[in-house]
Design a protein around this ligand. Structure first.
Ligand SMILES: CCCCCCCCCCCCCCCCCC(=O)SCCNC(=O)CCNC(=O)[C@H](O)C(C)(C)COP(=O)(O)OP(=O)(O)OC[C@H]1O[C@@H](n2cnc3c(N)ncnc32)[C@H](O)[C@@H]1OP(=O)(O)O
Ligand SMILES: Cc1cc2nc3c(=O)[nH]c(=O)nc-3n(C[C@H](O)[C@H](O)[C@H](O)COP(=O)(O)OP(=O)(O)OC[C@H]3O[C@@H](n4cnc5c(N)ncnc54)[C@H](O)[C@@H]3O)c2cc1C
Length: 696
């Protein structure tokens, strides 16, 4: 049954037979959604096609949505009502279902990846595809790849990445699990020597994985060579029971992501063959000689982490844009508060405070989408160079991917929660899609390197750059601006009018000034703490870490914005976009720059780069830009191109029919399966029913 969107005639007569009072203040949300699209000044479909690399890719997504909707394992109707066990089994069924479709229908890998993100049901196969296979690809010899990859691709084995232990996650060199080479048997003995060395967290290890990439400290002839990667079987393929010497299980419920069976693992002197060590870079010969990785790739064993951090950057824009889509569409159809009773209530999106939150968030989502593409391009060009034995870009790639992983996940996680809060009470419903989105995203700030720790890796690179500047060495790459800043230490902001703040040149100059100042400040603090000796470790490093993290964040914020400008200008100059969408993207770029600079308002003034008046102009310009973008708000969400099936949100649906969707969703609650409810017999009837009470 559908409820009337507006009070019907009978209701109006009931409350006021003379019809003097009108209840029709609430407009129809479906009409509001349609009206929003008429306001747009650009073709949202053209921008959507550009963002998805062509109309044919968008059409393919539509076909894949239909395919998914026809399969029981990808049905989302009851997704928000699942128990942990149902979520675990369902997540696996969805991943296996996609895999079977790919094989049976001969769909491409690209189709599979698209289906995964459309169905979005994280489960026990995430780490198999996300880290187990990439580690074998990145660190295995051709023979090892030939041995393991076909089994992985046919799902005849399922793997995960077992690095973190109960006692250590960040400090990889401190891992306690050991792999000791036994020259007599030409095997490694892998062992967990303490409670703290129990592996803890690997996704899919609890109940799904048959194999792990084990990160363990390699010992050869009594010498400790630090963490290396080994392929270790943990479960019998016929019975799925743990092998001898293996103790393994699920770690229990988490804040989110509960379809994934993160696990614990303890090993008791388990023997594995010598070729279980991944030996593309470091090797142990039969007779027990250790051959180290090439000098410019000392951290070869950490390579998968660089790859996964790049993918996390790629996905951040995707997650934030989903949240922004839901919140913006809902704010456009939600009406609240009329100046006078009976008059039309305002669309929530027309409240200034809501606009000033949602539209800057929209600009951040677009910036991250573009950053994600550039990050993957950077990673792929490193991968090609690596195949030729060239690791020269690795330090820059590691510094950027670490810092971008931290900044992009900080922005996305905070942004998803901010978007949820703009939806009022209905944002608290799982049916809105936002709580699950947040709970299944926020761990990105922690996994694959806690964000503070990741900023500190970027800071390590920055401090070396700062020292190079001091000694007059020329800089290249992302830190090049530090040399320019050193040549003009007293540069001042040249903004004279609010609209000056839109210019990329003013924005970049200001962001570079902040990053250079904070880098110089961190370098000075570090030098003071180290008694004048520059160093990137130890107590001096620790006591400087607040300044170091601020510097790294500012450096990455500059990089993110510069990338946004360059991508939009390139698309426009290469005529990949017509004037309408290009103009709107430029407004988003301008807003992103202004919003990023407002985050740094204190830093802009602290060292005298900008005056209080210039910062006031900046604030004013944000308002102007937000108002200019307001008519395009909903069209900009359409350009992200999310089908309703993917968002699975009562509030984010394209047609705006939010109230009906909320009610329909409530009706599928298991609590509503019977009219009296599950507590009637055991609890309520003995209290409330007079006959039952008399029997007490
Ligand atoms: C069909 C569909 C079905 C489903 C489909 C599924 C699809 C995919 C899904 C994807 C899911 C992915 C989920 C990911 C889950 C996360 C899993 C984890 O958390 S796993 C666990 C993740 N855990 C973590 O992330 C742990 C975080 N901790 C660490 O990474 C390290 O301990 C550390 C970096 C903090 C320090 O390391 P330490 O050894 O103490 O090093 P120092 O600081 O002393 O620096 C020495 C030198 O090394 C340099 N360098 C450093 N790293 C790298 C690198 N990677 N590279 C290159 N260089 C590097 C550094 O710059 C320095 O150079 P220099 O200045 O001397 O020239
Ligand atoms: C959902 C989820 C899934 C995961 N999946 C996997 C997986 O599949 N495989 C796997 O191996 N691991 C996995 N992990 C583990 C994850 O990689 C670690 O939790 C992460 O690297 C952080 O390490 P930690 O837990 O030891 O945090 P800690 O290092 O204990 O961090 C605690 C605090 O100390 C601070 N800190 C620590 N060291 C430093 C330092 N040197 N300088 C400054 N501050 C510091 C941190 O910033 C943080 O605030 C997963 C984690 C989660 C939450």
């Amino acid at each position: 049954m559908s409820l009337p969107q507006r009070p019907d005639e009978a209701t109006r007569r009931l409350v006021d037979p003379a019809c003097r009072v009108t209840l029709a203040g609430a407009a129809n949300p479906v009409d509001d959604a349609a009206a929003e699209r008429l306001k747009a000044t650009f073709d949202s479909e053209e921008l959507a096609a550009f963002l998805h690399d062509g109309v044919d890719k968008l059409q393919r997504r539509e076909e894949l949505v239909k395919l998914l909707q026809s399969q029981p394992w990808s049905d989302k109707t009851h997704r928000y009502f699942l128990t942990r066990e149902q979520e675990y089994v369902g997540g696996l069924e969805a991943a296996v279902g996609i895999w079977q479709q790919m094989r049976g229908e001969r769909l491409s890998m690209e189709d599979g990846i698209t289906m995964r993100s459309l169905a979005y049901f994280p489960g026990g196969l995430e780490l198999h595809i996300g880290m187990f296979i990439p580690t074998i690809l990145g660190q295995g010899t051709p023979e090892q790849q030939a041995k393991w990859l076909p089994l992985c691709n046919r799902l005849q084995i399922i793997g995960t990445y077992a690095q973190t232990e109960l006692g250590h996650g960040t400090f990889v060199r401190g891992l306690q699990t050991v792999a000791v080479y036994d020259e007599a048997s030409k095997e490694f003995v892998v062992h967990s020597p303490s409670l703290e060395s129990t592996k803890w967290w690997p996704g899919g290890m609890g109940k799904t994985a048959t194999h792990v990439i084990l990160m363990a400290r390699l010992f050869v002839k009594g010498k400790d060579y630090g963490p290396h990667s080994f392929v270790v079987q943990i479960r019998d393929l016929a019975t799925h029971l743990p092998l001898a010497g293996v103790s393994v299980g699920d770690i229990g419920p988490k804040m989110g992501f509960n379809g994934v069976d993160n696990g614990y693992l303890s090993l008791d002197h388990v023997r594995i063959p010598r070729d279980a060590m991944l030996m593309r870079f470091a090797q142990v010969t039969e007779e027990g000689r250790y051959i180290p990785p090439p000098p410019d790739n000392q951290k070869a064993a950490y390579a998968t982490m660089v790859y996964v951090r790049a993918t996390i950057v790629r996905d951040s824009g995707d997650f934030l844009s989903r949240a922004v889509t839901i919140a913006t569409r809902y704010a456009a159809v939600r009406r609240q508060t009329a100046t006078k009773l009976g008059e039309p209530e305002l669309q929530v999106l027309d409240y200034d405070n809501v606009q000033q939150i949602l539209l800057p968030l929209m600009s951040r989502a677009y910036a991250l989408v573009f950053m994600g593409r550039s990050m993957m391009d950077m990673y792929h060009s490193f991968d090609s160079a690596r195949a030729r034995g060239d690791f020269s870009v690795l330090p820059e790639l590691h510094a950027l991917s670490s810092g971008l992983k931290a900044l992009s996940t900080d922005i996305a996680a905070t942004g998803i929660e901010t978007a949820r809060r703009q939806c009022g009470g209905h944002g608290y419903m799982l049916a809105s899609g936002l709580p699950t989105l947040f709970n299944s995203y926020v761990q990105n700030c922690t996994w694959e390197g806690d964000n503070n720790v990741m900023y500190l890796q970027t800071a390590r690179y920055l401090m070396k750059a700062a020292i190079a500047v001091q000694t007059g060495k020329p800089l290249t790459g992302s830190a090049k601006y530090l040399s320019d800043a050193a040549r003009q230490p007293n540069a001042k902001c040249q903004v004279a009018a609010p609209e000056d703040w839109r210019a990329p040149a003013h924005q970049l100059a200001a962001l570079a000034a902040v990053a250079a100042q904070l880098t110089a400040q961190a370098a000075a603090v570090l030098a003071r703490a180290g008694g004048g000796r520059p160093g990137v470790e130890g107590e001096a490093w620790n006591s400087s870490s607040v300044d170091l993290i601020r510097a790294a964040r500012a450096h990455i914020a500059l990089y993110l914005h510069q990338n946004f400008i360059e991508c939009v200008e390139a698309a426009s100059s290469q005529r990949k976009l017509s004037a309408g969408p290009a103009a709107v993207l430029r407004q988003l770029v301008a807003l992103h720059g202004v919003a990023t600079l407002l985050d740094a308002a204190g830093d802009l003034q602290e060292r005298g780069y900008a005056t209080g008046r210039q910062v006031a102009l900046l604030r004013g310009e944000q308002r102007t830009l937000v108002r200019a973008l307001r008519p395009n708000a909903v069209a900009l969400t359409d350009s992200f191109g999310y089908p309703d099936y993917m968002l699975n949100s009562a509030l984010g649906r394209r047609d705006g029919n939010v109230y009906q969707a909320l009610l329909d969703s409530a009706k599928s609650s298991p609590l509503n399966a019977t009219q009296e409810g599950p507590a009637w017999k055991p609890v309520l009837e003995p209290l409330l029913n007079p006959q039952a009470r008399s029997r007490l």
